[in-house]
Design a binder for this molecule. Structure first.
Ligand SMILES: O=C(O)CCC(=O)C(=O)O
Length: 337
């Protein structure tokens, strides 16, 4: 079997200069089928749960993955939001599956990420998300931000690569991303809280360049949009008839601050860990979620397998205590009319 292709020096140079790179064929579209099916199974299971609770009538079993959640949404926004919250993988949401892990640790992807990070020691960052963007719904529209806006300030000058992986062809019509190129070496812009669905927002006047200069990051299924943590990006409404499914995964060099190997020894009844844990974990770029080693030539025995990954994710999920100290943008008072 041939080894997965790394990126060419030209592609790496493009990423360094522009702050993003779109590779249309990192995966065969078939490589994404296990994740699509795992997500669809989870939707089916959650829909059955809601039905058993008397909250949902029509399971829409006849509909394909790209349409089913949208039909559930048409019947009840509350039900679709409950399912999306579960799938999105946010802290407390807790959904993980071996198929998701296999995508995060996919050799075809790690070969490209390794080229951009110039290392074979790769940590998958704690922060990855599943994003169902439903047609004509405001929820999945993501305002302008830099991913560093979400990370601890001491990681601003580190390289954390976002790999945006569409599970359907991402187009202008279904709300692909917009990216502001060539400004990723500057400071992290001021972000505001209180955006749509709890997202952080950079106001247009605080963007490092004219938003009219943004590029449209359309990307076919099988492709990946790579971005740096300081690359400003946003996404637009889905005006198509189907769901724009995507996942965004994050990777960094093992040299970059992380919480690999760190976990609380015990949790008290309130779900709080010991102080020593918080002291140590706060060096990570995103302390509330578990990081894990996904590739290593130096210490292959420490590369995380699915069961360890799932265990650590659950442990961090259960660690209820307040991680708010690392947050850099304080909650703003709601605007008065
Ligand atoms: O999926 C989207 O629409 C936006 C994704 C995004 O903002 C991100 O990956 O940081």
């Amino acid at each position: 079997m041939s080894l997965p292709r790394p990126l060419t020096p030209e592609q790496c140079a493009f990423f360094r200069d522009e702050g993003y790179l779109i590779i249309p064929d990192v995966f065969d579209p078939q490589d994404l089928e296990p994740v699509r099916q795992a997500l669809h199974r989870e939707i089916a299971a959650k829909a059955l749960e809601l039905k058993a609770q008397g909250k949902l009538e029509n399971l829409h079993e006849d509909l394909a993955f790209d349409y089913r959640l949208a039909a559930i949404q048409k019947d009840s926004a509350e039900n679709s939001v409950a399912i999306m919250r579960h799938l999105e993988g946010l802290r407390g949401g807790g959904f993980h599956a071996v198929e998701l892990f296999d995508l995060i640790a996919h050799k075809k992807l790690l070969a490209k990420v390794g080229s951009l990070l110039a290392t074979e020691e790769i940590v998958a960052s704690s922060v990855y998300r599943v994003r169902p963007k439903l047609p004509n719904s405001g929820r999945g529209i993501v305002p302008w931000h830099q991913d560093s806006g979400y990370f601890a300030e001491h990681c601003d000058t580190q390289m954390i690569i976002t790999c945006w992986v569409p599970l359907v062809d991402a187009t202008v019509e279904n709300g692909c991303m917009q990216i502001l190129p060539r400004v990723h070496r500057g400071k992290v812009a001021k972000h505001h809280t209180g955006g749509n669905a709890g997202f952080l927002v950079i106001k247009d006047e605080d963007l490092p360049d004219d938003p009219q200069k943004a590029i449209t990051a359309a990307c076919p299924r099988g492709g990946v949009v790579f971005m740096t943590n300081r690359t400003p990006h946003c996404s637009t409404p889905n005006t198509s008839d189907h769901i724009r499914w995507s996942m965004d995964l994050r990777f960094q060099s093992a040299e970059t601050p992380s919480n690999v190997g760190l976990e609380p020894t015990a949790l008290n009844e309130q779900g709080e860990a010991d102080a020593a844990f918080y002291d140590k974990v706060s060096i990570a770029c995103y302390p509330p979620e578990a990081d894990f080693l996904v590739a290593s030539k130096r210490t292959p025995e420490l590369v995380t397998d699915y069961s360890n990954y799932a265990r650590r994710r659950e442990l961090y999920d259960r660690t209820k205590s307040d991680f708010s100290a690392y947050r850099r943008w304080r909650q703003e008072a709601p605007a008065t009319v």
